[in-house]
Design a protein. Sequence first.
Length: 284
Amino acid sequence: MRLGINIGYRDSSGRPLDIDGILQRARRIEDAGFDAIWQPDTLSRAVQPRPDALAYLTLAASATTRVMLGTAVYIVPFRNPLDLAQRAMTLQLLSGGRLQLGVGAGSDAVAHELGSVAYEGRFRILHRSVRTIRQLLHGEEVGDAFLDPWPEMGGPPNILLGAWGSEISLNRAVRDYDGWICSAGRTSLAVIRDAIRRYRDKGGTRAVVGTLPVDLSAPYTPLDPDEPFTLRCPPAAAAERLAILAELGFDDVGLQKVDGVAKRWEADASADELASIRALLPRR
């Protein structure tokens, strides 16, 4: 199982990372031995600030040579598919083919806040947009749109569907996507276990756990299979929980570092902290 983590958005003083800070954090993640950088995306006012994930990953690409660069997940229905295809094509070229494009429909709250897409309509727009993005990245014309992708891009990025474990979403992930991203943090182990079993039974291949909170300074509490699944626990317990995900058959895990004292997401991550988190899972 591959282990990834997000860059985060703040430095040790709590200020937003600047360009230099993003570059340094990305290098630090790669130097610590992580397999991937998974950046989240949301448009919800409830979880601000949330800068653009692809902008962060473009900077990360310039500072690294090995790690995969993934979105977990990019909210598609509120973006133009031609614009997103162009940006994905560019990052795939600049990164040497390391982009993993995780996509999703966004939450009900986002749809309500933006007031432009009904809950049911988001999923139709998502899948229609992804078909358009795929066609453009394969060098096809879509109406008057044509991107003429560079051969040096090395082929289009994998596109993974970020979704809960509904039958419709799992069927879509198997049939129309290159994998499935299961969001953790607000999801219980019981739900995760059931969803990956059904995904594999349907013939699903790549499976990713995304947005899994990690805070190794948190006190120990027993793992309740019906409570949100997190790594907010001491290192030994966190390692056991990652082992559970590996045993369930997940291929990748993307972590989000949490500041347990300030109750703040996307906290600062020093080299020592990153090394401690990376040590939770034996390297492949």
